[in-house]
Design a protein around this ligand. Structure first.
Ligand SMILES: Cc1cc2nc3c(=O)[nH]c(=O)nc-3n(C[C@H](O)[C@H](O)[C@H](O)COP(=O)(O)OP(=O)(O)OC[C@H]3O[C@@H](n4cnc5c(N)ncnc54)[C@H](O)[C@@H]3O)c2cc1C
Ligand code: FES
Length: 268
């Protein structure tokens, strides 16, 4: 069920340069969320900025939920100024979330930059559903913006770091780290991050016979399937599924269904 709630801010702390975690009191949203869903946040009361901002729900449970965000523009800059005790209006949970099929032997999470946000909640769900902590590939430009490492370690997930500049873990990209983990046909990969990274992760999965669920980002106005502002192109043949709404049919898709423009065949 989708809720529209005034949520009290419990904390809004900096977790890395330019990155914050907003913890909100909102029992109804916390109870009804599944991993990979998102919410639309009003970044300040009133009409400026007019549009809500979509954010993954990072962790949820009990009476509260959290959002991990990167400050990139006006809306997130305003979010960064919010103080404990303030109120934020939130619509959610929205979108489909990740699915957890049980037939796989390995589950690997690949998060790039702020794309890591929906993955701690997914790790928690995978542990609950499969009994085993998933492997996690944490990718970032540099060491200081590797996010959530301690959260995954606390859940006993094997964590593999990879940075563009080599300042922590493997020197390279998320897709290099995934290739090194040797995924196979018994592996399900979950990924969230920049489109170019997810396209490369999809390619590694296709080359190794693995399956992949990708959580996409798009500019959103309504967040609820009405404005058609968030459509992406698919590889599907049916007329009504050639374009899909990230907010409504997604944000999580079988990576074979998305046209990545990487030259990789989508379906086998
Ligand atoms: C499903 C989903 C989940 C996401 N999860 C996260 C997350 O967990 N953490 C995170 O940091 N980011 C997340 N994002 C990205 C996040 O939504 C953007 O970074 C955020 O909206 C940036 O807002 P801004 O105002 O700071 O940036 P801006 O660049 O100022 O605005 C963001 C977008 O809003 C639109 N916009 C702004 N102003 C106007 C206007 N006047 N008219 C029309 N359009 C306008 C633009 O299209 C722009 O691209 C997610 C996005 C999606 C779709
Ligand atoms: S944001 Fe309006 S349809 Fe997706």
């Amino acid at each position: 069920m989708i809720h529209l709630l005034d949520c009290k801010v419990l904390s809004n702390d900096e977790v890395a340069p330019g990155h914050r975690r907003l913890v909100l009191d909102g029992k109804a949203i916390a109870e009804d969320t599944c991993a990979g869903q998102f919410c639309m946040l009003e970044s300040s009361p009133g009409l400026q900025p007019f549009l809500r901002r979509p954010m993954s729900i990072e962790r949820f449970g009990g009476d509260s939920f959290s959002v991990l965000y990167k400050i990139v523009g006006e809306g997130t800059r305003l979010l960064g100024r919010i103080q404990p005790g303030d109120t934020v209006n939130v619509q959610g949970p929205l979108g489909n979330g990740f699915s957890i099929p049980k037939e796989f032997k390995r589950y690997i999470l690949v998060g790039g930059g702020i794309g890591i946000a929906p993955l701690p909640g997914l790790a928690q769900a995978l542990i609950r559903e499969t009994g085993t902590p998933p492997e996690v590939i944490l990718a970032a430009r540099s060491r200081d913006i590797l996010l959530c490492q301690e959260d995954f370690t606390r859940m006993n997930c094997p964590v593999f770091l990879v940075t563009d500049d080599g300042s922590a873990g493997m020197h390279g990209f998320a897709s290099n780290a995934l290739e090194a983990r040797k995924p196979d046909k018994n592996t399900l990969v979950y990924t969230c991050g920049p489109m170019i990274m997810m396209g490369a992760v999809h390619r590694i999965c296709m080359e190794n016979g693995s399956r992949c669920q990708a959580s996409l980002e798009a500019n959103m106005a309504c967040g609820d399937g009405v404005c058609m502002g968030c459509v992406v192109e698919t590889t599907l043949q049916e007329e009504f599924r050639r374009m899909v709404r990230v907010c409504h049919e997604g944000p999580v898709f079988d990576s074979r269904d998305i046209r990545w423009n990487t030259g990789t065949p989508a379906h086998d």
